[in-house]
Ligand binder design. Sequence first.
Ligand SMILES: [Fe+2]
Length: 223
Amino acid sequence: MMAQTNILDFRAPVNESADDALRGVWKDFIGSVAGIGKGIYHSDIEMNSVLNHNLVLVHSLLMNTSHYRELVNSSFRRLTRTKNWGWKAVYEDELGKTGLFSVYKNAPVPLHDHPGTRGAMMVVEGEVEVERFTLKEEYRRRNESGLVELQRCDKKVLKPYDVTWFGPDQCNVHGMQALTEQCVMLKVQLLQMKAERSWYFPVFSFEQDQEVLSARRIVSRYL
Ligand SMILES: [Fe+2]
């Protein structure tokens, strides 16, 4: 007997590739990330909601592939001799890339930026605390090391299916630390221009205020 076809049936063979799983939705999805900071959303709440729905959908579609499912279900081995965080690429084309990013307890990812690009992350497993900052405008064009000021955006604890994002200007700097042994996030990012990443070391002083953080910026892709 022929199986009944259902146009809304998203079930797919488990061994399909990420290309197959994302076909037909990737361009629209990347469009929703590309809209960060472009004024296409009426509010951050609306943008959060759209990104949240889309990331859940991308995650669900990718779970139909054995590769992604294995990555999600296998724990990432903590590589203390190299970096204290992990990245597993899942899909990339000329529009952007997606993959799984993992962080570990007691190994915070220091404040860093994503120069000129946009991205969104959704927690798949565990809990993470994310701090976001906006680099003050006068320091954005100068891609050099030195003292800078960061305007605080927020500090939030994210649980499974919660999202965070960064825009080209707004909240482009972030740092995070896992609150569980491991936290795995699905990350989607537009392809980055060839600008070097910077890392930001907070400079402590008694005058430090809650809203503006002074930090030493180190331009380095190798840190
Ligand atoms: Fe980042």
